[in-house]
Design a protein around this ligand. Structure first.
Ligand code: ATP
Ligand code: MG
Length: 263
């Protein structure tokens, strides 16, 4: 029986889709069967981030409308044979979707995969409710900015009325240079506010935009090391922390910090 984890945030643009894609690749690279489910119906872009846009023939909406079977709508990743995407489909049929239909699909995926990662839309409207209603666990994504933390906090309150037994927060786009100089909230500040289990810290990194299955195991890329730790925490229940301040320590670190700020 697989684990259905919803990645949600309340606030838009904080990295839900990026974390869904990268976490999925890391879990699949460890030989877990993973299905990424794009629940951002109408504004779907998980297929774009996964570089599978051109391969989408059928979507979740086609499965609901019985135009195809679920297996036909699953797109296999080129690099990781255990990684699949279920795209959400276009805007048109959005209104006809029943919660029970989505639940039926996720139930079926439970029997086929070890992990079902559900990419939730921003906000707390119908799309959010659909996504969280199908999940057993939640990863609440926030950036270290006050508006994002506040929205994450609201989402956590709402999540308590759903049947979700595990909730963890993930800080995305953490800047080690700013955290070290106390110009950005760190994991302890955010943890005190959100008051749920710690999941992981992902640094601000240009590779977040360009990362693909081919270079996911390249440990020279900081964001890959951070996702490896996040995957590990999810698999083992540990609370290991990726330290994004490490490269700004010492004389060399101070120079790096000054150079970064002067850009
Ligand atoms: N750790 C990171 N470092 C640098 N850029 C990042 C990071 N995480 C996400 N981004 C960038 O931020 C932008 C928004 O990310 P993403 O689309 O994953 O957010 P989202 O929460 O899914 O947005 P939406 O609410 O619109 O669905 C993208 O351009 C992405 O490449
Ligand atoms: Mg998104």
């Amino acid at each position: 029986m697989g684990r259905a984890i919803v990645l949600t945030s309340g606030k838009g643009g904080v990295g839900k889709t990026t974390v869904t894609a990268n976490l999925g690749m890391h879990l699949a690279s460890r030989n877990y069967r993973v299905c990424l489910v794009d629940m951002d119906i109408g504004l779907n872009n998980l297929d774009v981030v996964m570089n599978m846009e051109d391969r989408v023939v059928y979507s979740m909406l086609d499965v609901i409308e019985k135009k195809c079977r679920l297996k036909e709508a699953l797109i296999q990743d080129d690099c990781f044979p255990l990684l699949y995407l279920l795209s959400s489909g276009g805007l048109n049929s959005n209104l006809s979707i029943q919660l029970s239909q989505i639940r039926g699909i996720i139930d079926e995926l439970h029997n086929m995969f070890d992990f079902i990662l559900i990419d939730c839309p921003a906000g707390i409207d119908a799309g959010f409710k659909r996504a969280v209603s199908c999940a057993d666990e939640a990863l609440v994504i926030t950036t270290p900015h006050l508006s994002s933390i506040r929205d994450a906090d609201k989402v956590i309150t709402i999540l308590s009325s759903y049947n979700i037994f595990s909730k963890r927060f993930v800080i995305n786009r953490a800047r080690g240079d700013l955290i070290q100089d106390k110009l950005m909230f760190d994991v302890h500040d955010i943890g005190k506010t959100l008051n749920i289990e710690f999941g992981g810290v992902i640094p601000e990194d240009d590779h977040a935009i360009t990362n693909t299955s081919e270079n996911i195991n390249n440990n020279k890329i900081a964001i890959n090391r951070a996702f490896e730790i996040l995957a590990d925490n999810i698999l083992t229940g540990k609370k290991r922390l990726f330290d994004c301040t490490y490269k700004y320590r010492g004389i060399l670190g101070t120079i790096k910090k000054l150079l970064k700020r002067s850009v």
